[in-house]
Design a protein around this ligand. Structure first.
Ligand SMILES: Cc1cc2nc3c(=O)[nH]c(=O)nc-3n(C[C@H](O)[C@H](O)[C@H](O)COP(=O)(O)OP(=O)(O)OC[C@H]3O[C@@H](n4cnc5c(N)ncnc54)[C@H](O)[C@@H]3O)c2cc1C
Length: 433
């Protein structure tokens, strides 16, 4: 084992190894990390765990984003909320930082971050207005991952570099008026006519619908088989004939990030735009579910970032507030509330990071990702409620942003599978023979 260690630091008093870096590749590092964590009592500090698992350059991205949030995003958070849009120059800065290609491999122009490094970026990015993360979220996750996981080489070479550069925003279109949680009920259909597929149907609540150039879209290609081999994933470009986008929805939160209805009316899609090529016809449901596994970890990270921010705001607030002449921080009710928030956040971070590491070793994490999404997103709502209690009337004021977080974190329990759907996935897995 020591031969694989490049640098080590030992605590002189306890004689314990406090930190080290591996020479080996990330996969091996993760495996060794698990061996060590399970067989040694010397590694209890989560910061050490991070250091072991993530190369410095990937941690540097998290730090850059932290700075970007503090210097560029947080100062305009209220403006974005009021105006319902992110200024173009900020989107340009996001492009320059590489935020549209966090998870896209380097060979396609992305940053090629590990899952763990990527979710740590989201934890920072969601400590401000959630719309900023949403603007880049679909390109890194549900919009592009189908192409990355199952696309042909041609498709990867055509689309991924543009998505990674932020030139083309990618979106994901599964939900329909009659098919939300029950995605197997989609009606949008595609019929092969010569060298084109003809798509007809409506998708709704499509994040970034009006700014995306490319849509991973799931449609029915075999009415008999439906979800059991009758759904196909397509890459749709916004300029294809018969494709249109409706006006943005008026929503409760994420005011700076639009969702739209999109309509396919005899939309002409080249035959080769089936994700993975013609041999993948009928495999669209599998592609969609694989994409959502990763999306659920992302949602966990967003919920965690918002929760941490709310806790930090509460700590800062009660240190400087007085109640009947006594500092609020002296009130046991406030102290206990902070303690419960911090404890939940610690638990959430452990499960999220552990699942991300497992995914980075190549393990299927469907079960764990559902537990992460369920726990982290439900926690974020509890924490936002507690923050509102701690701030009291001030929390109800727009300028404190507590009410914005309360509205925004509610969404995390709805999209990419509601809490009930996560419970169904988890229990189905537990009860499987
Ligand atoms: C802001 C926003 C952005 C979105 N972005 C996208 C996107 O980019 N692409 C996309 O395709 N979709 C997107 N969606 C859609 C989202 O994924 C769906 O809203 C979600 O899957 C839930 O579906 P539904 O709203 O139709 O709720 P329903 O399925 O109608 O569910 C209503 C309620 O019933 C519960 N329920 C449903 N079925 C069961 C069951 N079997 N057992 C127990 N309880 C059940 C649900 O948990 C929920 O509480 C977005 C939605 C929102 C609000």
């Amino acid at each position: 084992m020591p031969a694989l260690i490049q640098q080590s630091r030992w605590d002189r008093l306890s004689g314990k190894l406090v930190s080290f870096k591996f020479v080996s590749d990330l996969g091996l590092r993760s495996i060794l990390f698990h061996l060590l964590i399970n067989h040694s009592t010397n590694f209890s500090n989560q910061l050490i765990a991070m250091e072991i698992s993530i190369p410095d350059e990937q941690l540097a991205m998290r730090d850059k984003v932290k700075q970007f949030v503090a210097e560029e995003l947080e100062p305009i958070s209220l403006k974005v909320e009021a105006e319902g849009r992110i200024p173009d120059q900020i989107v340009d800065k996001m492009r320059q930082l590489g935020l549209f290609g966090l998870s896209i491999p380097r060979e396609y122009g992305g940053l090629g971050l590990s899952t763990l490094a990527e979710i740590m970026v989201y934890e920072e990015l969601t400590k401000t207005n959630a719309s900023f993360r949403s603007r880049i979220g679909t390109s890194n996750s549900i919009g592009s991952m189908g192409i990355l996981f199952d696309g042909t080489d041609d498709q990867k070479n055509t689309y991924l570099p543009r998505i990674a550069a932020g030139e083309w925003t990618a979106a994901f279109a599964l939900t329909e008026p009659d098919a939300g949680s029950d995605a197997a009920n989609i009606k949008c259909n595609a019929v092969l006519e010569g060298d084109h597929w003809v798509l007809n149907g409506t998708k709704q609540f499509i994040t970034n619908g009006d700014c995306a150039s490319v849509f991973t879209t799931i449609a029915v290609t075999d009415e008999q088989k439906r979800a059991r081999g009758g759904f196909t994933a397509f890459i749709i470009e916004k300029d294809f004939a018969g494709f249109s986008v409706s006006l943005p929805d008026s929503k409760m939160g994420l005011k700076g990030s639009n969702t739209n209805e999109i309509v396919f009316k005899n939309c002409m899609v080249p035959r080769e735009n089936v994700i993975g090529g013609m041999e993948m016809v009928g495999m669209g449901f599998k592609t969609a579910m694989r994409v959502l596994d990763k999306g659920r970890l992302t949602m966990g990270a967003c919920a965690l970032g918002a929760s941490q921010k709310l806790l930090d705001m509460c700590v800062a607030h009660i240190k400087h507030q007085f109640n009947s002449g006594k500092p609020k921080a002296d009130l046991q009710v406030a102290q206990f509330s902070l303690a419960d928030m911090a404890t939940e956040i610690y638990a959430a971070r452990q499960m999220l990071h552990d699942t991300a590491r497992l995914r980075d070793t190549g393990k299927n994490v469907t079960h764990e990702a559902s537990m992460v999404k369920l726990f982290c997103t439900e926690m974020a709502s509890r924490i936002a409620e507690r923050a509102m209690d701690i701030f009291g009337d001030e929390g109800y004021l727009t300028q404190t942003q507590i009410e914005m977080f309360l509205r925004d974190v509610r969404l995390y329990r709805i999209f990419e599978g509601t809490s009930e759907i996560q419970r169904m996935v988890i229990s189905r897995n537990l009860l499987r023979d």
